[in-house]
Design a protein around this ligand. Structure first.
Ligand SMILES: Cc1cc2nc3c(=O)[nH]c(=O)nc-3n(C[C@H](O)[C@H](O)[C@H](O)COP(=O)(O)OP(=O)(O)OC[C@H]3O[C@@H](n4cnc5c(N)ncnc54)[C@H](O)[C@@H]3O)c2cc1C
Length: 384
């Protein structure tokens, strides 16, 4: 027997849950499909840093893509941050308005971030954005090797695990159907059919592809543009040392990021560059840890924050990166009823919520609340 639904959402991580929750509350007949196969959802491995923007600073994006595009991409991310904050408030999930420190470790990055502070202020994004003076910077980053820093007021930290649970609970409370299955999508111009590994089939009017790194096996389109990257994280024991990283820190095109939790532990993700030669790219084993990454993480925290890492819990997770570093949002070329929401390059919390807003508005036949549409640079169609 073939099951039917209006919308099948594939992926029970943050992106899929946000979409399924939104659609079921709007009265859409939704089925949420999630596999129990590895790798685990990256969402379950996340630190919860909500950091507006992209891997490159606003100034670097402006140099590469021109100011109108760089501005549009930052506005898009700022809307994602606002959207996630609204969801957190609505669900009573902890949202800490910490701001963030964008730390520069070399002169080129310092100059880029100083220019970025001017751009963000001109664009009216990030809240109060300010270049930190030396004394303030020393207070926030007490170790050595930091050359400059910019503070962005609107960034935050969210309780990701609480958010995933609250979204799943609300979806269930609205009668949402869930299937545990690994599916592939057969789609052309007609209604997509989702085929599970046991052969059962589900026909949907539309599919939201929120499958993270496994999108590459969900539909052939993704196989040439989405790839896995293993990220490794750590959490120290509480109270190490005092209040280092009391403001979340992102450094060096986000290769490193971390914060001090309210109980005084430090959580940190980064240094994948130590995993030579591929820097974690191509890795799908989210149980494995790299000894070289662990060593460099400890050294990085010691050098820049004076943290003697000591006893830690370490874990890894697999994030979905794309061939040009930008996400894939909206209809797939040649399969317009499959809507992509994939490829956050390790920073889904400050990107995915806006994709969900735009995709769901399209499904519901409504304009987005602010009337803006997806920049072409983020559409899946840009790759044809
Ligand atoms: C260690 C680590 C720390 C991170 N820290 C941060 C952070 O601080 N801030 C931030 O913004 N981002 C962070 N990220 C990235 C962030 O977690 C991801 O960008 C985001 O969670 C991706 O969510 P998603 O729902 O798109 O994908 P996922 O969470 O990966 O979910 C995809 C889901 O789809 C399911 N699926 C896949 N294929 C199929 C299929 N064929 N059939 C059925 N189901 C399928 C998977 O099982 C999975 O449950 C971190 C990532 C890691 C690994």
């Amino acid at each position: 027997m073939t099951l039917r639904c209006d919308v099948a959402v594939v992926g029970g991580g943050l992106t899929g849950l946000l979409a399924a929750d939104r659609l079921i509350r709007a009265g859409v007949d939704v089925v949420l499909i999630d596999t129990d196969r590895a790798p685990a959802a990256a969402s379950t491995r996340s630190l919860g840093l909500v950091a507006m923007g992209w891997i490159d600073s606003p100034a670097r994006l402006t140099a590469g893509l021109g100011e109108p595009v760089a501005r549009a991409l930052h506005e898009w991310s700022a809307r994602a941050v606002g959207s996630l904050r609204d969801v957190a408030l609505d669900l009573g999930v902890t949202w800490r308005s910490t701001g963030s420190l964008r730390l520069a470790l070399d002169a080129v990055d310092r100059d880029a971030w100083h220019a970025s502070a001017g751009l963000l202020t001109r664009w009216g994004l990030g809240g109060a954005v300010r270049i930190l003076q030396d004394a303030e910077l020393r207070g926030l980053a007490p170790g050595s090797g930091r050359l400059g820093g910019v503070f962005l007021q609107d960034d935050a930290v969210i309780d990701v695990s609480g958010l995933l649970t609250a979204l799943a609970d609300r979806f269930a409370a609205h009668g949402g159907r869930r299937l545990t299955a690994t599916v592939t999508v057969e789609a052309g111009s007609g209604a997509p059919v989702l085929v599970s590994s046991d052969g059962s089939r589900l026909t949907a009017e539309l599919v939201v592809a929120a499958a993270g790194v496994s999108a590459a096996t969900l539909h052939p389109f993704f196989s040439s543009c989405v790839y896995p990257v293993r990220l490794q994280a750590l959490r120290t024991v509480p109270g190490v040392p005092g209040d280092a990283l009391r403001v979340p820190v992102l450094a060096r095109h986000r290769f490193e990021a971390g914060w001090s939790t309210p109980d005084g532990a430090v959580e940190f993700v980064g240094c994948r560059w130590a995993d030579q030669p591929e820097m974690g790219a191509g890795e799908r084993d989210d149980e494995a840890l790299s000894a070289r990454v662990s060593t460099e993480q400890d050294s990085w925290l010691c050098t820049h924050f004076g943290i003697d890492v000591g006893l830690v819990q370490r874990w890894s997770g697999i994030a979905a990166y794309t061939c040009d570093g930008l996400p894939l949002v909206g209809p797939l070329p040649g399969a317009p009823r499959v809507l992509a929401a994939v490829g956050w390059s390790g920073w889904g919390l400050s990107l995915a919520p806006r994709a969900v807003d735009e995709i769901c508005a399209g499904i519901l036949g409504q304009p987005t609340a602010d009337g803006h549409v997806t920049p072409r640079e983020l559409t899946a169609r840009r790759l044809v």
